[in-house]
Design a protein around this ligand. Structure first.
Ligand code: SAH
Length: 365
């Protein structure tokens, strides 16, 4: 057992099972034993590789998308360039290098990062040096100003709760102890859950629905600023539109692992519900774009031309790696289809480049 497993087992023995959200929060962000607080999990030597770590083209195109939004908004200054959960800082570093070619952008945009793990803040500072940034614990601390924001694989790290449809109510998946005293999932007695009332219509008996309690508040903070001051936000993650099913997953050393086996040692994630992002954005007075596959988004932004231009500067293994990276980012057998993009933008304006409007009745693109 890990130290964290022992502590959680003692807590559960004393006061009863805990929600999956409380379990995830402890595993990921416990100050002494949390996954993000105690290790650098990214890159080939870490547990997983994210899009900005695969190729600089990802950050370049995201930067140009947000730069176009900034230009369309009338080049506001000062304005905020923000990232949620920047990991190693690679995406922001690529974005800042790209924004240097957009006249006026670097002077107008102050960099703000929302990052919970102190060790990662230090890495991010190194990655973007000599550029400077302000760090915050929570998105609510971002300044009130025009906001140009990106969050890649951030929402999937937020704790979720899981509910299994049981008649007119729901049984919650709780983390308790098995007869040997090991951490194990179980089910609470069925009860109505107000926040899931709208899911009774589309969830079959016995099916699992996931709910991310922190997501609506985070999206509301972002969308409220965009509604008040203008701007655009891009949320990029894997997930779907109001799906069902258990997507709670642990990854350790690039392989799927048991999420209850070694708390604090594996990355825990769940698929992101893009319908919940759109609903929270609209409730906060902004608009959401259609949910668009990452591959489509990057192709519309011109990754093909950029990939060709970069390929001309490369040869041998470097060129092969570059071609593979392009494929992995965009192709359906890589990240192109599983990963989705949604934008938040001011009501009455078109969505950012690469994305379609959401439409009045239609959900996903
Ligand atoms: N965006 C990066 C890293 C994704 S991993 C990339 O694409 O490579 C998730 C990031 O979010 C990590 O930096 C992690 O420390 C941070 N994070 C997770 N939960 C958080 C929370 N509740 N508040 C702020 N940051 C959080």
């Amino acid at each position: 057992m890990t130290d964290l497993a022992r502590r959680l087992a003692r807590q559960i023995a004393a006061t009863g099972p805990i929600t999956l959200a409380d379990y995830m929060a402890a595993c990921l962000l416990d100050p002494d034993h949390g996954y993000y607080t105690t290790r650098p999990p990214f890159g080939a030597a870490g547990d997983f590789v994210t899009a900005p770590e695969i190729s600089q083209m990802f950050g370049e195109l995201v930067a140009l998308c947000l730069a176009q939004c900034w230009i369309d908004r009338g080049r506001p200054a000062p304005a905020v360039l923000a990232e949620l959960g920047p990991g190693r800082g690679t995406l922001m570093a690529d974005m800042l290098r790209t924004l240097a070619v957009v006249p006026g952008a670097r002077d107008a945009l102050a960099v703000h990062m929302v990052e919970a793990a102190p060790a990662l803040r230090a890495r991010q500072a190194d990655a973007i040096a000599p550029a400077r940034a302000a760090w915050h614990d929570h998105v609510a601390a971002l300044p009130e100003a025009p906001l140009f924001l990106v969050a890649n694989e951030f929402l999937d790290a937020l704790p979720i709760r899981q509910f299994r449809r049981a008649g007119a109510g729901w049984q919650e998946v709780m983390v308790g102890l098995d007869p040997e005293g090991r951490l194990a999932p179980g089910l609470s007695p069925a009860a109505p859950v107000a926040v899931l009332a709208h899911r009774l219509a589309d969830t079959p008996e016995g099916a699992v629905v996931e709910f991310c309690p922190a997501l609506p508040g985070i999206v509301a903070e972002v969308a409220g600023r965009i509604a008040r001051h203008g701007g655009a936000a891009l949320f990029i993650d894997y997930g779907g539109w109001a799906g069902t099913g258990d997507t709670f997953q642990a990854v350790r050393a690039h392989a799927v692992a048991d999420p209850f086996a070694a708390p604090g040692k594996a990355d825990l994630t769940a698929h992101v519900d893009f319908a919940a992002i759109a609903a929270a954005a609209r409730a906060a007075g902004a608009e959401a774009s259609a949910m668009t596959p990452q591959g489509v988004f990057l192709e519309r932004l011109g990754i093909g031309a950029r990939a060709e231009a970069l390929a001309r500067t490369l040869s041998g293994v470097a060129r092969d790696n570059h071609v593979a990276a392009h494929h992995r980012l965009t192709h359906p057998d890589g990240m192109g289809q599983l990963f989705k993009v949604i934008a938040i933008h001011p009501t009455g304006t078109p969505p950012p480049p690469g994305l379609d409007p959401l439409g009045a009745t239609r959900g996903p693109a």
